[in-house]
Design a protein around this ligand. Structure first.
Ligand code: PEP
Ligand code: MG
Length: 598
C-alpha cells in the first residue's frame, strides 16, 4: 500500500506568485541555491500484517501514542504560526484547526481501534483503511466544501502514518544532487544520513538554534535554517529555493537577480575559506605568546578527515550517539571498538576524548526508545549517564570498547550530564571492574587506564565544581546544555530560541566558577559547547583562563585566526569587565567592541 500526499490539497493552498522571503533561525552558515525536495511530499509505503490477539493492546497503544505525537506536532506548528503575518497566519490557523478536529474525531479513533481489534491488522494499515473510507465518504457528498475535507483527512492520515512508522533509514539517497531539503522537522538522525555532496542545504518548520540537528548541520558544513514558519505552505517540489544559513532566510522562487547575488556571495565565502587554509599549520598562539589548544568535536566518524585537514590537535569531544542512530539494535563491544580504532588511527596519536552515550532529550536511539515512553520532561529525565548507570551493560560495553581501542592511542573518557560526585565514583567502579574482566580474559587494554573526565553542563555540577574536581581527571564545559538548564530554555525549541543566550551573566558566572575550580585543582579544562567555535566568544573564554577549546572542525581555522590576533592580557582585562556586567546586551557590545579593536 502506498500513501501519497494529494497534490490537490497542497495546490489549493498555494498562492500563485513570485519570490517569497521567509525568516527563520540562522543555525548553520553558508548559502545554497537548489531545487526544493519536500521530504513529506514523497510516498510512504505501508505494509499490512496480522497481529496476534495478544499483540492487539500494544498495537492500539502504539496508535494512541501516534495520535498524541501528531497533536504535539500540530501544537508546535501552531505556536510557530504566530510569527506569520496577516492572511498567511489565518489560513494556516484554519488548516490546523481542521487537522486537530479530525485527529480528535471519535470516528477516526474508534474506526482505527476497531480495525486493529477485529481485523487484527497493524496500526498503519488500520489508519490507511479508515482514512480511505472517511475520505471516500466526504468525496461522495457532492459538495465542494466537503470534498476539500477529504484532502485534509488524507493529510492527517499521512501524519499519523509517519508518526507510527519509524522512517526508513536509507534517508536522502533519492535526493537529486544539489537539492535543498525542506521538511517539517529534521532530526539529528536524519542529518546523519545527509551527504553534503548531494544535499545543498536544508530548512525546517521546527527546531531551535542549539538543537543537535543544528550542531550536526554546522559540523557537516551544510547551510541550514530552522524554525521557518509557513515553510511548506507555499512551495512545490522542484521549485528553486535559496537557503541562506548565515542570515536565516529561505527564499522561495527567487528572481534571477537574487540568484546572481547569492552566487557571488557563495564565491566570496569559498574565497574566504581558501584564505583560511593557510593557517592550518600555523600555531594557535596569541600575540603575546600564549598557546591555546584547538581540538575538534566529532558527531560522525566521517568528519575525522575534516578535523585533520583543519589541523585539529585532537578530538576534544567524540559524541558516540552516531553508533546508535538509524538502526534497531544496539552496537556491540566489537563494533564499537572497531569504530573507535578507526578514529584513533586517523588522528595519528593525537588525543581522542570519547564521551559515553548521551541519548535522551532530542537525541534518541531507536533501540532505546521504549525507555523514554511517557516521559513528561525528557531533558530532565533518564538521559546520558543516568541511563548508562541504570543499565550498566550499556556503560560496560562502551567502556570495554574504549579500553580496547585505548591500546592504540591516547583515549580519554568523558561522562555526560554528571550532577553528583557519586555518579563519577560509580563509573570509576564500573571502569575498574570492566578492566579486570578484560584482563582476566587476556584482552589487551589501555595501560594506565584512560583519564576519566566530566562534562560540566548542569548548573548544579558547575556550582559543585570544587567537589567534582576532587574525583575527576579533567573537565569539559558543555555550554549548550549549561545554557539550557540555567535559563530553563529548551535548546531545540524554536519559539523560545530568542531567549537562549550563553552571554547571560548567570551562564558566564557558572563557566567562570567551573574554570576557577578546575584551575585550583590543577585539572585540565576545556570548553566544548558551541561557543567554543564562535570567534566572538574566544577573547572571553581565554580571558577567563580557558586554554583548550573544542569545536566543529569547520570553525577551527576561524577561531585560530581570532586566537592569533588577540592579546591575552587585554582579553583577561576585558573578561574582568564583562564579569561585572548584569546585562547580556551590554556584554555582547563589550565583546564586539573588543574584537573590533584588533
Ligand atoms: C553541551 O551540552 O554543550 C555539549 C557539548 O554536549 P551536547 O551538545 O552533545 O549536548
Ligand atoms: Mg550536552
Amino acid at each position: 500500500m502506498a500513501a501519497k500526499r494529494d497534490k490537490k490539497s497542497k495546490g489549493a493552498r498555494r498562492r500563485p506568485g513570485g519570490e517569497r522571503v521567509l525568516e527563520g533561525l540562522a543555525v548553520s552558515p553558508g548559502v545554497a541555491v537548489g531545487e526544493a525536495f519536500l521530504r513529506e511530499a514523497g510516498e510512504i509505503q505501508v505494509n499490512e500484517y496480522t497481529v496476534s490477539r495478544r499483540q492487539v493492546p500494544a498495537e492500539a497503544e502504539r496508535f494512541e501514542r501516534a495520535v498524541a505525537k501528531a497533536h504535539g506536532q500540530l501544537d508546535k506548528i501552531r505556536a510557530h504560526a504566530d510569527n506569520l503575518h496577516g492572511t498567511a497566519a489565518e489560513e494556516l490557523g484554519y488548516l490546523l484547526d481542521a487537522h486537530e478536529q479530525m485527529l480528535s474525531s471519535a470516528r477516526l479513533t474508534k474506526g482505527v481501534g476497531r480495525r486493529i481489534e477485529q481485523g487484527r491488522i497493524n496500526a498503519e494499515a488500520a489508519v490507511m483503511a479508515e482514512i480511505a473510507e472517511i475520505a471516500a465518504n466526504f468525496e461522495g457528498m457532492n459538495d465542494p466544501y466537503l470534498a476539500a475535507r477529504a484532502d485534509e483527512i488524507r493529510e492527517v492520515g499521512l501524519r499519523l502514518i509517519r508518526s507510527l512508522s519509524d522512517r526508513p533509514y536509507q534517508g536522502f539517497k533519492a535526493v537529486p544532487a544539489g537539492s535543498v531539503i525542506l521538511a517539517e522537522e529534521i532530526t539529528p538522525a536524519d542529518t546523519a544520513l545527509m551527504d553534503p555532496r548531494r544535499v545543498g542545504a536544508f530548512a525546517s518548520v521546527l527546531g531551535g538554534a542549539e538543537s543537535h540537528t543544528a550542531i550536526m548541520a554546522r559540523s557537516l558544513g551544510l547551510p541550514a535554517v530552522l524554525g521557518v514558519a509557513g515553510l511548506l505552505e507555499d512551495v512545490a517540489p522542484g521549485e528553486t529555493v535559496i537557503v541562506d544559513g548565515s542570515d536565516g532566510l529561505v527564499i522561495l522562487r527567487p528572481t534571477s537577480k537574487r540568484i546572481a547575488e547569492y552566487r557571488s556571495r557563495q564565491e566570496a565565502m569559498e574565497r574566504e575559506a581558501r584564505a583560511l587554509v593557510r593557517l592550518r599549520t600555523r600555531p594557535a598562539v596569541t600575540r603575546d605568546g600564549v598557546t591555546v589548544t584547538l581540538q575538534a568535536n566529532l558527531e560522525l566518524p566521517r568528519e575525522v578527515s575534516q578535523a585533520r585537514s583543519a589541523g585539529a590537535e585532537g578530538v576534544g569531544l567524540l559524541r558516540t550517539e552516531f553508533l546508535y542512530m538509524n538502526r534497531d539494535n544496539l552496537p556491540g563491544e566489537e563494533e564499537q571498538t572497531v569504530a573507535l580504532l578507526e578514529i584513533v588511527r586517523a588522528m595519528g596519536g593525537r588525543p581522542v576524548t570519547v564521551r559515553t552515550l548521551d541519548v535522551g532529550g532530542d537525541k534518541l536511539a531507536p533501540s532505546l526508545r521504549p525507555r523514554f515512553y511517557g516521559t513528561a520532561n525528557p531533558a530532565l529525565g533518564l538521559r546520558a549517564i543516568r541511563l548508562s548507570l541504570k543499565e550498566p551493560e550499556l556503560l560496560e560495553t562502551q567502556l570495554a570498547a574504549i579500553l580496547r581501542a585505548g591500546v592504540e592511542g591516547a583515549l580519554r573518557i568523558l561522562l555526560p550530564m554528571i550532577s553528583t560526585v557519586a555518579e563519577v565514583l560509580e563509573v570509576r567502579k564500573v571502569l575498574a571492574a570492566t578492566a579486570r574482566r578484560l584482563r582476566r580474559k587476556g584482552v589487551k587494554i589501555a595501560d594506565p587506564l584512560p583519564p576519566l573526565g566530566v562534562m560540566i553542563e548542569i548548573p548544579g555540577a558547575a556550582l559543585a565544581a570544587d567537589a567534582i574536581a576532587s574525583v575527576a581527571d579533567f573537565f569539559a564545559i558543555g555550554s549548550n546544555d549549561l545554557t539550557m538548564y540555567t535559563l530553563a530554555i529548551d535548546r531545540g525549541e524554536e519559539s523560545v530560541a530568542h531567549l537562549y543566550n550563553p552571554l547571560h551573566p548567570a551562564v558566564l558566572r557558572l563557566i567562570q566558577f567551573s574554570v576557577e575550580a578546575a584551575l585550583r585543582a590543577r585539572l585540565p579544562v576545556s570548553v566544548c559547547g558551541e561557543i567554543a567555535g564562535d570567534p566572538r566568544f574566544t577573547p572571553l573564554l581565554l580571558g577567563l583562563g580557558v586554554r583548550d577549546l573544542s569545536m566543529s572542525a569547520n570553525s577551527l581555522l576561524r577561531v585560530k585566526q581570532q586566537v592569533r590576533s588577540l592579546d591575552m592580557q587585554a582579553a583577561a582585562r576585558r573578561a574582568q569587565v564583562i564579569m561585572d556586567q548584569t546585562d547580556s546586551g551590554r556584554i555582547a557590545a563589550l565583546l564586539d567592541d573588543f574584537s573590533e579593536s584588533f
